[in-house]
Design a protein around this ligand. Structure first.
Ligand code: PEP
Length: 252
């Protein structure tokens, strides 16, 4: 999208212990010294156990650090959960919300995701809201209906281009090596762009970053990132290695 600054974001999921911090250090150095640093944003979302030390490693680098989920409340009796405020307290700037693995494994509804997005905004974080259809929904030609329902349900009216990013992640493309055709991604992203403009206004909806996620690799990144209305990537597996993450970043 013209005038939209791309974002390359990595999601480590439940991977990474202390020995993986060298990868974050290599990413931080790579981004700092990249020719693209003034034009393309980069974000890594390690598990929350590494959050605080990861942000410390990245202090002198433009590589941003985020979390993979947060609770919808600010604090209280919620054993095992972390709040958006705690992420901000660790110097995290972003939080992934409504990832399909949370929607599926933890039964997260659009309504709950929306409450979490509001909590993230309240804490000053940028929310990366994930949407996407299952293989069955795709086969039934329901993709755009699903995207409409998830966008309407998960994204609050208060969302702006600064505090919200949308990631289109077809469930059947996550971790499978499969991707939609660039034509299908273009249709989905143009649809989301129109819906967001209608709902949030031309300005905010037009400038909101729309990421594609699902089996993004160094080999396919250029083709995927060249699709209209694709403003970056959300990367799972290929974000675990600094070399692959930086190779994808470098396609811009
Ligand atoms: C993800 O789950 O956010 C993802 C895109 O995973 P992968 O890149 O491994 O398909």
């Amino acid at each position: 999208t013209p005038d939209v600054r791309p974002l390359i974001a990595g999601n480590w999921k439940m991977n990474g212990t202390r020995d993986a911090l060298s990868e974050i250090k290599a990413m931080a150095d790579g981004i700092l010294h990249s020719d693209l640093v003034d034009h393309v944003d980069a974000l890594i979302c390690p598990p929350s156990t590494l959050l605080y030390v990861a942000t410390a490693i990245c202090t002198d680098s433009p590589l941003m650090v985020g979390a993979q989920d947060c609770h919808q409340k600010q604090s209280g009796s919620h054993t095992g959960d972390i709040s958006a405020e705690m992420i901000a307290d660790c110097f995290g700037t972003h939080v992934i919300l409504g990832h399909s693995e949370r929607r599926t494994d933890h039964g997260e509804s659009d309504h709950l995701v929306r409450l979490k997005v509001e909590a993230a905004h309240e804490a000053g974080l940028t929310a990366i809201v994930c949407v996407g259809e299952t293989a069955n929904q795709r086969d039934a030609y329901e993709t755009l209906d699903v995207l409409m329902r998830q966008l309407m349900g998960s994204i609050p009216e208060s969302a702006t281009a600064d505090n919200t990013v949308v990631a289109y992640e077809p469930l059947w493309a996550i971790g499978t090596g499969l991707t939609p055709t660039t034509g299908d991604i273009g249709v989905a992203h143009a649809f989301m762009r129109d819906e967001l403009k209608r709902r949030l206004g031309r300005e905010e909806g037009g400038a909101m970053r729309l990421l594609y996620g699902g089996s993004v690799k160094p080999e396919n990144a250029l083709a995927l990132m060249s699709v209209d209305n694709v403003d970056g990537a959300l990367i799972g597996g290929a974000s675990l290695k600094a070399s692959e993450f930086l190779a994808i970043y470098s396609v811009y």
